[in-house]
Design a protein around this ligand. Structure first.
Ligand SMILES: Nc1ncnc2c1ncn2[C@@H]1O[C@H](COP(=O)(O)OP(=O)(O)OP(=O)(O)O)[C@@H](O)[C@H]1O
Length: 306
């Protein structure tokens, strides 16, 4: 469990984090979301004792990071994947971390297997792609078999297979009862992985909610349908008392479930090219929630930034 209590961080006149209070519980994946500059990395650095709070505190398993006896065995972190010495091989990097933290050498082999780095283990970290560096960073985070994982944008630079892998890994770690705290600036990505959501903007807490509640509240129940015969489809749906509206992309927004629509078009022989649930509204809800808190917003042409 991670407890953040009234946490504030100022850099000169910039307030990066202001009065943040929330808890990250074990057994689930908690997403930490906010637009660029919202204060996510600053908060994570304070969790890991890399930055001193101006006020407030963070406790991991009831203890501030600086007072942990065995930090690497308590909390594993991925903050900056490129922070590894470029001349070191992945294997040597992990071995030296293990040695310095009294972790048995066989654990190095285990995390290399777990992160799919076996074929790259003897290559120098400086030659790694961002995706491979992310895997190495995650291997280091898992090395001490910690009960708490803190991952800053772990999906960054990963290919589609890597993205799936990290999603499974996080779910798996949470299912084992660990605390998994992961930052992202994308709602759509978080929606696929996280159970709980902490959203911040300009360093302040905007939402602390379950993902299911957020999705239920913000996604339309409607379905987008594409057909080469829109008029016939409209007639069939209207005949069944279903509301249909045109969408700018040429599709139709239909206020009914996919099953009902599927049955009706099959019964009337209307050809359909696409039936998709409206999830775009989730990203829109996130944008609305954080809009006033966006640090870098595009200026309207000729306008003045508010
Ligand atoms: N060392 C520092 N000195 C001065 N200002 C800083 C420092 N670190 C962060 N900031 C400022 O604090 C604010 C929060 O930054 P932070 O990097 O924590 O945001 P973030 O949510 O992680 O953003 P991103 O998604 O872009 O990484 C920003 O205004 C940033 O410019």
């Amino acid at each position: 469990m991670i407890e953040v209590a009234d946490l504030t961080k100022r850099y000169g006149r910039t307030t990066a984090v202001e009065g943040l209070t929330f808890q990250v519980r074990p057994g689930r994946v908690t997403g930490f979301l906010g637009p660029n500059g919202a204060g996510k990395s600053t908060t994570m650095r304070m969790m890991l004792g890399l930055d001193r709070p101006t006020a407030g505190e963070v406790r991991i398993g009831g203890v501030p990071y600086q007072r942990l006896h065995d930090p690497l065995r308590t909390v594993g972190a991925l903050l900056d994947a490129k922070a590894v010495h470029p001349g070191r091989t992945a294997l040597n990097h992990l071995r030296s971390l293990a040695r310095g933290n009294r972790i048995p050498p066989q654990r190095v082999r285990e995390v290399i297997e777990l992160t799919g780095l076996r074929s790259a283990a003897r290559r120098r970290a400086g030659t790694f792609s961002l995706g491979m560096s992310q895997r190495l960073g995650i291997a280091a985070a898992l090395l001490g078999d910690p009960a708490v994982l803190v991952l800053d944008e772990p999906v960054n630079g990963l290919d589609p297979e890597g993205v799936l892998w990290i999603r499974h890994l996080m779910r798996d770690q949470a299912a084992q009862g660990r605390t998994v705290f992961v930052s992202s600036h994308l709602m759509s990505e978080a929606a696929l992985t996280v159970d709980h959501l902490i959203v911040i903007g300009r360093g302040r807490l905007l939402a602390d909610t379950s993902m299911t509640a957020f999705i239920d509240r913000h996604t339309d129940s409607g379905v987008r349908v594409r057909t080469p015969e829109p008029r016939r489809l409209r007639d069939v749906l209207a005949g069944a008392g279903i509301t249909v509206t045109d969408h700018a992309d040429g599709g139709l927004d239909v206020a009914a479930g996919a099953e009902r629509i599927g049955e009706l078009v099959a019964a009337h022989g209307v050809p359909v090219h696409e039936v998709t649930r409206n999830t775009a509204s989730l990203e829109e809800a996130f944008m609305r929630l954080t809009a006033d808190a966006l640090e870098y917003r595009a200026e309207p042409p000729g306008g003045v930034r508010r």
